[in-house]
Write a protein that binds this ligand. Structure first.
Ligand SMILES: [Fe+2]
Length: 370
């Protein structure tokens, strides 16, 4: 006996693959289509013994495919199964069956249960050429209205799923960025928490400047990893309890470039690697590594620079006691236009003096003062 041939219509390759492997391992022959229009075309060329279709597909969706299938005397007798995402509701099922489908199955179904349905339908299949169900005179307008409503509700639920998956990805990215930030700081316990505090302050400055939420999150992300390149700087230099020699400082100066190299491999939705590369550049060209001036420095990097200096000055370091927030703001105020962007400096000062912003509590570690 020749095996029954089953047509599978699904735009998702993984969905097609699962059905093909389940059905072929049970001895059926399968062929596939990526949407309703293709399914209709191949079925008209070579009719299957049964069709299993998804609902949401490009070109022609499953509902439309079902309507055309049932209206085609050469296909209408062939058992028709909807096999669709688990968020389908009872209204979807009622509508699908009203179009003439034989079954409405929800993913994921145990392979055994799916195969049992297929077997039942193939055994009791409607004889060729006989229209399957007494179709009521179709109220075309009502069917179309309901069809649209069903489709919109399915799209909404699918969108919700995509949104959830997206939120999960963002959360995962944030977690990864934080883990990497901690890794850098593990070698430099004196500045533990520095990147986190710079990230918070930089994002607050960006918000105060009127940047949108997404941009502020980009700035926060860059802040969290802005010193990641210090991974390439010897730990004893990072923790040196005195002012560095020129040679030692030259080693520190490689960190923006290393950070850029590390981060440029990640496709952030913001120029994070570029901002990190430029976070020690100064408006008058006196910064490093490239000595960029004014507008050559991206505004994101100008924000990071101010947040970095304010946080560093107000916190203790191995080589100095924290000068305090007032001294830090004074430094920014005095050197706005020279080292720091005027707009960024103004936003930072307003943040502390008008909005009562305060840097999140510092992690108290061993402090060398001198
Ligand atoms: Fe830095």
């Amino acid at each position: 006996m020749t095996p029954a041939r089953i047509l599978i219509a699904d735009d998702d390759p993984a969905g097609r693959y699962l059905l093909v492997s389940t059905l072929t391992s049970a001895g059926y022959e399968t062929y596939t289509a990526e949407d309703g229009a293709q399914a209709l075309a191949v079925a008209r060329g070579e009719a299957p013994d049964l069709i299993i279709t998804d609902i949401l597909m490009p070109q022609m969706d499953g509902y439309q495919l079902c309507r055309e299938w049932e209206a085609d005397p050469s296909l209408a007798h062939i058992p028709f199964i909807f096999y669709t995402a688990n968020y389908a509701d009872e209204e979807d099922e009622r509508f699908a069956l009203s179009l003439g489908a034989d079954r409405f199955l929800r993913k994921p179904l145990e392979p055994g249960a799916l195969l049992a349905e297929v077997k039942t339908l193939l055994e009791n299949h409607r004889p060729s050429g006989v229209l399957p169900k007494p179709t009521k005179p179709a109220d075309e307008a009502r069917v179309l209205r309901e069809y649209n409503a069903r489709l919109v509700s399915k799209l909404e639920r699918q969108l919700e799923e995509v949104q959830q998956a997206n939120d999960q990805l963002v959360e995962m990215m944030n977690g990864t960025v934080r883990a990497v930030a901690k890794l850098t700081e593990a070698r430099d316990p004196y500045t533990s928490g520095h990147q986190e505090r710079v990230a918070d302050l930089a994002a607050a400055i960006a918000r105060r400047m009127g940047h949108d939420h997404l941009y502020c999150e980009g700035i926060r992300t860059a802040g969290l990893v802005h010193d990641i390149g210090k991974i390439a700087v010897p730990a004893e230099i990072l923790a040196m309890p005195r002012r560095l020699t020129t040679e030692e400082f030259a080693l520190i100066k490689v960190h923006p470039g290393v950070g850029h190299d590390v981060l440029s491999g990640i496709r952030f939705p913001w120029p994070v690697a570029e901002w990190v590369l430029q976070h020690h550049e100064r408006i008058d060209g006196s910064g490093y590594p490239a000595g960029l001036e004014g507008d050559e420095i991206d505004v994101g990097a100008r924000i990071l620079a101010v947040a970095d200096v304010v946080e560093a000055m107000s916190s203790h370091r191995p080589y100095k006691t924290g000068a305090g927030i007032d001294a830090a703001l004074e430094e920014i105020e005095q050197n706005a236009g020279r080292f720091y962007d005027v707009g960024v400096a103004a936003a930072c000062i307003a943040l502390f003096r008008e909005d009562a912003y305060s840097i999140p509590a510092a992690n108290s570690g061993a402090v060398y003062s001198r």
